[in-house]
Design a protein around this ligand. Sequence first.
Ligand SMILES: Nc1ncnc2c1ncn2[C@@H]1O[C@H](COP(=O)(O)OP(=O)(O)OP(=O)(O)O)[C@@H](O)[C@H]1O
Length: 247
Amino acid sequence: MPSETSALIEIDRLTKQFGTFTAVDDVSFRVDRGEVVGFLGPNGAGKSTTMKMLAGFVTPTAGTARILGEDVVDRPVAAKRHLGFLPEGAPTYPEMTVEGFLGFIAKIRGFRGAERRDRVARALDLTTLHGVRLQPIETLSKGFKRRVGLAQSLLHDPPVLVLDEPTDGLDPNQKREVRDLLTRMAPEKAIVISTHLLEEVSAICTRAVVIAQGRVVADETPAQLAARGPNLDAVFRDLTLPAAEAA
Ligand SMILES: Nc1ncnc2c1ncn2[C@@H]1O[C@H](COP(=O)(O)OP(=O)(O)OP(=O)(O)O)[C@@H](O)[C@H]1O
């Protein structure tokens, strides 16, 4: 049942264990409409695993995740209807053309005929992919493949976007285009992006959730985070390095 709350994303005490190893440890946060949350942490901190649980691709060991009130485990189809997810890496089906792949995703999302064509054209527009629409995905550069992944996540214009390193592999111009696109869409959506780029957090995020060794160590605005130390790099280091290493 949808819960009586305005948050579009609610993560409550989410935990994932792989054998005896705890990759995500009691993580809770909420994201309202209009927020762009930067999910930050060192390699292996648990960002992708948290995002995969939120997207319904990994089953939590404990805790819950809801999208527009729909529990991602109990009501996976309803939750996914409201979600656009960009996983790490490149889209699957590398032999498909960009347009063929997006048409296929549109069909899975339930669009037919003219609406399907319109959705694909709009996704190509938003991600500036018209020029390569007839090219097989496997022949594209890394940045273009990343944008094909982003295009599929936007196709159904979902209210919630969960994007795992959306600007990874993009050149500076493409990075700016994607950041501008996310900023334009932000007022209508709840967006979570993971990133290693601290400047990205300052540029587009309204909030930063920092995770280290599976646990949330900060959840505040980028300005509050920056005010904790001489610069964001130093703050990030102090928050995420174990005490002995940081000394
Ligand atoms: N299927 C799995 N089986 C065992 N361990 C896993 C599995 N998936 C992830 N892990 C481990 O869980 C931890 C968290 O991984 P995760 O990919 O979530 O980190 P991350 O913060 O996204 O890292 P990065 O910034 O490098 O992408 C890592 O130690 C990883 O090796």
